[in-house]
Design a protein. Sequence first.
Lengths: 305, 269
Amino acid sequence: MRFVVRRLLGAVPSLLVVSLFIFMLQHLAPGDPTILVTGPVVSDEVYERTRKQLGLDEPLPVQYWTFLSNAVTGNLGTSLLSKRPTLDLIVERLPRTLAVSLGAMALSYAIGVTAGIIAAIRRGTVWDVLVMGGATLGMAIPGFWLGLMLIMFFAVRLGWFPASGASSPKHFVLPILALGIGEAASIARVIRSSMLESMSGDFIRTARAKGLREYVVIVRHALRNALLPVTSILGLQIGFLLTGAVIVETVFGFPGLGRLLIESILNKDFPVVQGVLLVIGLMIVIGNFIADVIYRVVDPRITLS
Amino acid sequence: MGNWQVLLGATISLLLILTAILAPWLAPLDPAKQDLLATLRPPRTAGHLLGTDELGRDVLSRLIWGARASLLVGLLTACVSICVGVPLGLVAGYFGGRVDTLLARTVDAVLGVPSILLALGLAAIFGPSLLIIVISLGLVWWASYARIVRAEALALKSMAFVEAGKSIGCSELRILFRYLLPNVVPIVLALSASTVAAGILVEASLSFLGIGTQPPTPSWGAMLSTGRNYIHSAGYLSTLPGVAIVLAILSLNLLADGLRDIADPKLRR
């Protein structure tokens, strides 16, 4: 429990850095942030009033504090384009992106762990070569291109799944596949090498000597230990999946957080860009936190120094 | 195992680099020349081996020129990351102490930043460009070089040849750059092959989103983004640039894996 609290406190600086960067985006931008809101043709009076409304007449630290305290209370500003609160836009789309990311994560573990085990216990056979070859290829295929190929095959040619949108569970299948397969490839590689290591441990020989069935030896004894390195990359994976989702959503015209981000960037809708980046940053920090806790629970030898 | 990987990876990567350099001579046609009377011609049309795109531009020529944007981002990112990460890693590993602790903390924090999101954030304010991509990737990826070089330097500094150098009165600078640096070259090379691959992937992704290479400059990612609009009628526009990307990333990954096996025999399994 003490570990959880300490780790939670440790996440605060990273959140501050992320929020500071996102806050600074607006000020790093060439041009006047007030003009972005008012438009280029504006009377001095309106200009001054807007500037005050936006709080841009305050010193930077004060502005950052306002930004931060607003963000904490869920006030992420208003979209310049749709005039709707940024938070509403995000809340509307977040569940879809989470569903795709978590779905892809589940898929990648299901495929990756199975393939990795097969390659390890059949080391040097055709199975091993197939899995490793597939994994090497899988890691080289960009998710967005895989998405295009899936659309071409399963949506255009076979008509099994819709090519874009998010109105039914069927719409989630292709994005999850596009996002999950690349991740599965890297998980398979990690599992294979850690399985090979754990299979050579003394405790495996003991387990076999006890006369345990091979299935029990592999799943209950070897795999348990082999899963550790995968847990340690879990945190990184959350980042990969979320940024991957940003790109894959565009391929499928999928109305999630990623699509919102890209559209806002292209439309120079800064409050939304900032809001989405903040939420994604927050999710990555939370994800890393959960991953660390899991790692600690799974491996009691690890202590936080 | 390592050798054939390196050979295959290096051959394809080299061909790719040559393609990018020799693009003006290799490309059969001008990649920007439009022919609105011959749009969306399928591959193996007379005069257009790989067909034409929605503006009647020659796909093969655009693929050849597209190698430039990809490799430019990949190689520049690797250069920036090496120039920043390697010296920092050497110094931290060799001297240790506070500098080392500070660097280790920074590296941990930086590596947690998703580089694509950083690139998106910067592109949002400065507008899309290749330079923005290189800067945002460099800002994150120097840290992996610093980390790996630091570990190497730490292991190397207690070795006999370094002691020997010190005992004949070499300056710290000479130890760092003439004794340690040459020994970290193999592992840095291995890492740089994967950096180039990752750079190519990010360039393609961002150009696909419309936030990377801007038209009319040919880029594989941007070609895929227009290909998406013609996925029903002209599938080759979505297929071919993707094959180029996969081939480039695959060859560089093979090269990186092979080089890593050679540079660090401990990792070989």
